[in-house]
Structures are given as structure tokens and as C-alpha cells.
Design a protein around this ligand. Sequence first.
Ligand code: HSE
Length: 298
Amino acid sequence: NYLKIFSPATVANVSCGFDSLGFAVDTIGDEMTFTKTQEKGVKITNITGANLTYDVDKNAASAVVKKMLEDANADFGVALTIHKGFSPGSGLGSSAASAAGAAFGTNKLLNNVFSNLELTKFAMFGEKVACGSAIADNVAAAIYGGFVLVRSYEPLEIIKLPVPNELRAVAIHPQIEVKTKDAREVLPSKIDLNDAVTQWANVGGLISGLYTNNYQLISNSLVDIIVEPHRKKLIPFFDNVKNSALKADALGAGISGSGPTIFALCKGDEIANKVHQSIKETYKETGIDFEMYISKVN
Ligand code: HSE
């Protein structure tokens, strides 16, 4: 009747895979508790770590719980607590962690009636409540874990991809907020065919690299010529961070989701530590506050 869960932060897009690739990390995330109540419906009893609404129809987590209880015709209600482990507007899938955690936890109380695909759809509803668009890349990564591909939105199809053993993620979160909505508005609605060819070839290369543990291929494919050139303007010193990561032997670096967090993928702990150090020194000089994370892809 009581459940405590961890819901991970996620890196969406992963350079070439705009709105279709994502991975989960294991060191950053939210903690949520679920308590069954006799009274039907959902209420939020406590939120810590961020200033979020207690309005159950507007909060990404409670909106998901409410919808699932209704759809499953549950004869009980849920009291929810949310502890945010990282900030909204970071580009690390904050609303997705809330929405996916809510879906996962509620499903446990419902004796796992819903599949992971159905949970992803519920969590997408939470994303829509939080930021206006039902994007699947963050929520699918949080629910399935590891690396995922959103192969299709209509109908929704999620492919869980393998994660090479030594893959590590380093992330830097400059302490500014970029709203997903704003970061989507700077994108072009049409793209050049040659650019599209480059981009989808890189997606194929990245996925092939994940399946074959080919770090060089992963590195060659972590390129984004379509979204990054437009969005990097919203992120102070993006190029400095990227160059600093690459100089320290990162496989690649790019914008995490819609930013401002910048991620770097690395092979092994040693290089991840070196990349962490290099980015840290680079960003210290900017005078902008930041937080950094180092994590497995999990
Ligand atoms: N794929 C999304 C974007 C992630 O880049 O806008 C943020 O929800």
C-alpha cells in the first residue's frame, strides 16, 4: 500500500536523433512515494526540491496518476509525494521524470496491468500537461531504461537499444533555464535534403555502434547538423564546452534535450573523469554557475 521509487533524469535527442533517441542516467533523478488511500482520486501531499504546482490537473505527475486510476477503474486513490532531484528547465527531462515515475509507480499499485508501451503513453500525456507537447524521447528512456529509439509516434513504437558496457555520460547544467517551448520555436520547419541525408545516416551509425560496441562509430555519428546550430545560441559558451569535451577525448558532445544542459558521451571512467575536469575548468572561467554530473547510461 506504500511504494517509494526513483525516476531517472534522461538525455533526449543524443545529437542526431531529434525527438527519437534518448537515454537514462543513474545518478540524477526524482524520488516519489505513493500511498494507497480509501478516498478515490489523487492528491499531492508534499513537493520538495522545486517549486511545482499542487493542482492535480496541472502537475505532470498527479495528472498521470489521475488518468491511470480512471482508465483502470481503480477502487482506491493515491496520495503522492515528489522530491525533485534536479531542476525543471534543465534539459534533463524533469517533467518526464515526474510523468514517467508517476506512471511506473501507479502501475505497481495496480498490479502491473499496463505494459511499458502503455506507461509511455500515459507519461506522454503528463509531458503534454507540463510543456504542451507529448514528446516521447525522455519518458520512454525513463520507463524502459538505457538507450531507446522512438521508432514511430503513430502508432507509438519504442525500441530498447543495447548499451555498451563502458559508456559514460558527463553533463554540465549551466544554471539558467531554457523552456522547451522556446527551444522548439527557434527550429526551422523545413530542412535541406542533403542535411537530412547526413542526419539519418548518423542515426543509423549511432545505433549500429551501440549494437556492435563500436565506440569509434558511435563517436563519428554523434553529430547534429540540424538542431544544434539553431539551439546552441540559447546556451552560453556551448562551443567552448563541446571543444573542451572533445579535446579531453569524449566520444561526442551535444545539447541534452532542449538544453541548457550539455552532455558528453565517453568511453570508460577514466576518460569520463578527464572530460568532467576539462569541462569544469572551461566553465569556471565563464563566471556562470553550473552543476555537473557523471553517470552510467542505465
Ligand atoms: N526532443 C525534445 C526536444 C526533448 O528536443 O525538444 C525535450 O522534450
